[in-house]
Structure formats: C-alpha cells, structure tokens
Design a binder for this molecule. Sequence first.
Ligand SMILES: Cc1cc2nc3c(=O)[nH]c(=O)nc-3n(C[C@H](O)[C@H](O)[C@H](O)COP(=O)(O)OP(=O)(O)OC[C@H]3O[C@@H](n4cnc5c(N)ncnc54)[C@H](O)[C@@H]3O)c2cc1C
Length: 380
Amino acid sequence: MVLEPTEPQKAFLAEVTRFAQDVVAPRAASIDESGAYPIDVMRQAAARGLLGITIPQAWGGLGLDYVSYALAIEAISRASSTVGVSLVVHHSLVADILAHAGRTAQKDQWLRRLASGEAIGAFALSEPAAGTDAANQQTRAERTARGYRMTGRKVWVANADAASVAIVFACTRAGVRGQGVTAFLVPMDTPGISRTARADSLGVRGLGCMDLDFDVEVSDDQVLGSVDQGFRLAMWALQGGRVGVAAQALGIGEAAIAEAIAFAKVRETFGQPIARYEAIQWMLADVATELEAARMLTWKAADAKDRQERSRAESSMAKLAASEAAHRATDRAMQIMASEGYRRGSTIERLFRDVRATEIYQGTSEAQRLIIAQELLADA
Ligand SMILES: Cc1cc2nc3c(=O)[nH]c(=O)nc-3n(C[C@H](O)[C@H](O)[C@H](O)COP(=O)(O)OP(=O)(O)OC[C@H]3O[C@@H](n4cnc5c(N)ncnc54)[C@H](O)[C@@H]3O)c2cc1C
C-alpha cells in the first residue's frame, strides 16, 4: 500500500502550486470583494491546460488521473476556493459527462473547447423545488416535430455568468421521477434563456451563480446520453464532483491552519507567543489530524474513480469528512486569531464564509449521510 502521490503526480502538483501562488492567490481577496467571475484567472489557468485536467488527450486535454485532479483542486482552492470550485463544476459536472456519454459530434463541438478554455461549462440540475430532492424535476422537455421544447427554471447555476454551454436536466417522462429525466447540451446563447438573477452569496463569491429561466427549442442532437437516462448521468457525475468538493474543502482547511499557525507564532500574551499554550496547540493538532484523515479519504475516492471501481460511498465519505473537517479548521483558526480573524477583510474571515458552501452544494451533508447509509444497508 502506498499512501502518497506518484512522482508525476507530485511534479504536476508543484506546477499547479506555483500557478496558485503566483496567479490565483493575489486575486483571491478581490474576487471575494467584487463577487465578479474571475475570467482573467480562468484564462490564465486555461493557458496552462488547467481547464482540461481530466479531459482525454484525444480531445485536447491533459488526460490526467483523478488523484492529480484532486491535488490540483486542493492547491488552487488553498489560494481561492472560488476558482477551485469553478474548475470542479467545469471538469466533474460538465467535461466528465461529455467524455463519458457524449457522441463524437458532441465531443468535437464542445469537449475540445472546454479543454482549451475557449468554453466554460455549467451544470443546471437544481430547481426551486429540486435541491436535495433532485429527482423532482419540474423543468419539462416536451416532444415537438423538430425535437423538444424545454421550459422551466434552474437555480444556483455556478459558472453561468461566463459559461458557453450548460448541461440542463429536464423531465421527459412525467410521473417516474429520476427514471424520466433527460440531459441536454444547451449553448448559453440559445434564444429563450433568460438569466433571471445573479445569486449573491455568503461565500465562494465570484462563482458566477445565476438562476436561469428556459423556454427553448432543443434538437435530438442535443440529447446527452440516452433519453430518460439523464438522472443517472447526473448522479454519476456528482460522484466525481464530490471528490472535487472534498479537495476544495481540504484547500480551505489547509489555508486556515496555515493562517492560524503563522499568527500563533507571533502573537504574544502574558509575555510569550500563544503557540506555546497547550490550549492553542490542541486546537491545531485536532484540526490538522481531522484534515489529514479527510485527505486520505479523498485520495482513496479519487483512486477508486481512476480504477473505475464503484465509489458511491467513498466519494460521499470524502466530501462529508473533508467539508466538516475544513469547517472545524476555519472555526478553530478563527478562535486562535480571535479579533484579528473576526476582522472584516481578514483572510480567515473569507475562508470561514467560503467553507460553509462545501457542506451544501453537490449534496448537503445530510444527503451524503443518506447515501453512505444506503450503501451500508444495501444488503440488509
Ligand atoms: C454556492 C452554490 C452553488 C451551487 N451550484 C450549483 C450548480 O452549479 N448546479 C446545480 O444544479 N445546483 C447548484 N447548487 C444547488 C445545490 O446543489 C443545492 O443547494 C443543494 O443540493 C441543497 O438543495 P437546497 O438548497 O434546495 O436544500 P433542500 O433540499 O431544501 O434542503 C434543506 C435542508 O433539508 C435537508 N434535507 C432535505 N432532504 C432531506 C432528507 N431526505 N433527509 C434529511 N435531511 C434532508 C437538507 O440537508 C438541508 O439541511 C449550488 C448551491 C450553492 C449554495
């Protein structure tokens, strides 16, 4: 058993870490402050191939494994978790689905552009009444002579502000929930898409989240995978996405611990640095241990995906453990930094806000526990 990345994975991580430190980190505070999608950073990521990390080389991507991807997302999220999760949506929820289920013409049209960064992808599953209950799709795609007419509303669509294409899920067979949902590849400039609102948020600001109203015509060529089988595709993609969100959470947690350590070494009370107090040391030891345990789960889930093993429980465990460990890490770091951390505009204040979303999107912590329990009880 080897519990560390291979030499090529380490070399890729070193390259991505340099990019994260030189390009992403200096923009993190301004992305948060403005709430504007960081298209400049994404273009620079694209120039380094980082919009095609997992996309096969045949379609212009780097063709790397999921462990490399998880390492990259952690390093980038340590600098800016907004950039990190934007890349997770683009890769796990859009490019991976296309590579897995797309027809050659669809890959030719979109996968190459996603790999080069010419196009950014979005994933539109959630609706006002379909969040955790994602099978309760109210968006309808009804048969017409030329294809389908799709009508409905999607909410919290990350990357929508900058995306050229979205994978949109719609009900094609009523009354059977997840058995009657189809995935469609929809260019964002299709007539009939209204970007109704830009969702403002507590954290991961700048993710380009929008609510979208659809009244569009789509052709049979835009069906991704098979008709009525789209919900399976969404659930498959979310398994990869959860590895990405776990990696994002690890990056946030690591950044919080680093902030707290740097502070604890220089802040003195009663004539000595607070790092000398056991109360502070124990907080650091606990969160570092939890984060490292979550990292092992994340690598395990990524490795299982690389081996094409069934990893439904593993990816949920990774996301659950990493998001909750990172939440505690930012909370303890805030405690260690006290008023300095609580100051609006401090790095820890941003991390504290950013981490919360990792327990909500791509399935809440309760949804992850339900999935893990379903897997545990499958044969009971
Ligand atoms: C920043 C951000 C970005 C997002 N990006 C995207 C995106 O790109 N694409 C997309 O499609 N969606 C996206 N979402 C939506 C996200 O996936 C949903 O918010 C999430 O799945 C939870 O759904 P909900 O908010 O409707 O909560 P609800 O489903 O209304 O849940 C409310 C509460 O009830 C709990 N709950 C619900 N059902 C159960 C149950 N059976 N057992 C126990 N507890 C339960 C939940 O855990 C939660 O605590 C994003 C959300 C955010 C905040």
